[in-house]
Ligand binder design. Structure first.
Ligand SMILES: [Zn+2]
Length: 329
């Protein structure tokens, strides 16, 4: 995915949490994260782009690519049932076949698990150190880890990041697809470029990217509107899917379903020589259906992971506070 797509997904994940119906305790935790995000949101365009612009571990850490294998069919790890990639995955042409990693070195789930741990570790250190301590991470540093985490989570939802076929070759359908999403977001959401080092969205009164009102009519037929509609009818839960205990399991499940989804969009007979810039959007599932699945599911995943990472820290912080109170008595 490209720069504005990553930043936009991060904002939409926070909006999803703000709009979600949660228990009173979870609402308190979510509100803490939302408030914190909003005070640090100006760095999101740069921060969520760091994995591509600076770290550049694209070849193995932004991907987990699978290919069909002759082994007996195996069940993919489970995703929450509300996910569109779960629904499409059921009828994928490779659903009832074996599959294996195309490159053993790929490690996207590991990257996400370690960033998720880093976020809560940094928050804990920040909480326990005195103000001004040289080892205390700043809010900006923590925000950067959080934005980087959302980058890797979003990449896992891109079908071609999980498909061993080489669609960056030939007509570069991989680049085309990601370019289309960035263009669509750029069409409806403008950015403030006055600070060259820190480009940001213009914000609406709630602090989310401002949608250009002169394009309201056009927006109604955009797949971004369909993403919005899909999420507003989908109940928010914190589940990572049955049997998935941590971020690593959840990311593995996402990658396996992205692989299944990729074959729904580019069926088995497709390869980099017969897929062209003319035909790539309508060989299986339509590009619009694919985009709604990828973007809506990615928003939901970022929201779940951020929320659970934050809550883990917030519960710890609460315990610490109570312990200190008891010690003073
Ligand atoms: Zn990436």
């Amino acid at each position: 995915m490209k720069q504005f797509t990553h930043a936009w997904l991060a904002f939409m994940a926070i909006k999803r949490l703000e709009d979600a119906i949660l228990s009173p305790d979870d609402r308190e935790y979510a509100d803490g994260l939302i408030k914190w995000f909003k005070s640090n949101k100006d760095g999101v365009i740069r921060g969520a782009w760091y994995p591509d612009s600076l770290i550049k571990d694209n070849s193995n850490s932004h991907v987990l690519k699978f290919e069909p294998s002759d082994e007996t069919a195996k069940e993919p790890k489970q995703l929450p049932e509300t996910y569109l990639s779960c629904k499409y995955g059921e009828s994928s042409p490779v659903r009832n076949k074996g599959f294996k990693l195309a490159d053993e070195k790929d490690n996207l789930p590991d990257r996400c698990e370690s960033l998720a741990q880093s976020v809560s570790d940094h928050l804990k250190v920040q909480e326990s150190e005195e103000k001004g301590s040289p080892v205390s991470p700043t809010d900006n540093q923590v925000a950067l880890w959080l934005f980087m985490l959302s980058h890797y989570v979003a990449d896992a939802h891109v079908p071609l990041h999980c498909d061993g076929r080489q669609f960056s070759e030939g007509a570069d359908i991989h680049g085309e697809m990601e370019g289309e999403w960035d263009k669509e977001i750029g069409k409806y959401y403008e950015t403030d470029k006055s600070d060259k080092r820190n480009e940001r969205f213009f914000y609406d009164p709630r602090g989310y990217p401002l949608r250009n009102p002169s394009k309201d009519q056009e927006y109604k037929s955009s797949y971004l509107k369909k993403v919005e509609d899909e999420l507003s009818k989908r109940k928010f839960t914190e589940s990572f899917g049955t049997g998935n205990k941590n971020v690593w399991d959840f990311m593995s499940a996402i990658c396996q379903h992205s692989y299944l989804l990729s074959y729904c969009f580019l069926p088995e007979q497709c390869n980099p020589t017969n897929v062209t810039l003319e035909n790539w959007k309508s060989l299986g599932l339509s590009f619009e259906e694919l985009s709604v699945a990828v973007l809506a599911d990615a928003i939901d995943s970022i929201a779940r992971i951020w929320f659970r990472v934050w809550r883990r820290y917030a519960k710890w912080e609460k315990e610490q506070r109570e312990e200190r109170k008891r010690a003073r008595k």
